[in-house]
Design a binder for this molecule. Structure first.
Ligand code: AMP
Length: 114
């Protein structure tokens, strides 16, 4: 299987602005930001999409969420951010390596009108 762009970034075959890295994940700035803050939390394990995750991935998925929380604090947006996971091409997924979008500084409330 060809490497995804995120595997290439993890393997330092492609440049990226890396904000955080540990043994399980990497956090990078999105190359085409959709909000003033737009970073991606990416597991090193190349899970294709959330719907392909298994019970074995439970701890990893929790870890990614906790890292998203920590990064929101580091970027000082902890009081107002959105988390998005696009799952599948029809839902807008373009890179088939699971990732969490952390977005802030833009009003997305029109997507979820109250
Ligand atoms: P998705 O559409 O949910 O699969 O999101 C993929 C995201 O990856 C998009 O927001 C892209 O802008 C971003 N992206 C694609 N290539 C790169 C790259 N080389 N470095 C950083 N972000 C990227």
């Amino acid at each position: 299987m060809a490497k995804t762009v995120f595997e290439k970034i993890i393997d330092r075959e492609l440049p990226s602005k890396i904000l955080f890295e540990d043994e399980k994940c990497i956090v990078i700035e999105d190359i085409a930001p959709k909000a003033p803050v737009h970073v991606l939390v990416i597991p090193k394990k190349p899970i294709k999409m959330l719907s392909k995750a298994t019970a074995d991935d439970q701890e990893l998925l929790g870890h990614l969420m906790m890292i998203a929380k920590q990064i929101s604090e580091k970027l000082n947006v902890q009081d107002a951010f959105n988390i998005v996971i696009n799952n599948g091409a029809e839902a807008g997924q373009t890179v088939f390596h699971l990732h969490i979008h952390l977005l802030a500084g833009r009003d997305f409330s029109d997507l979820f009108p109250t």
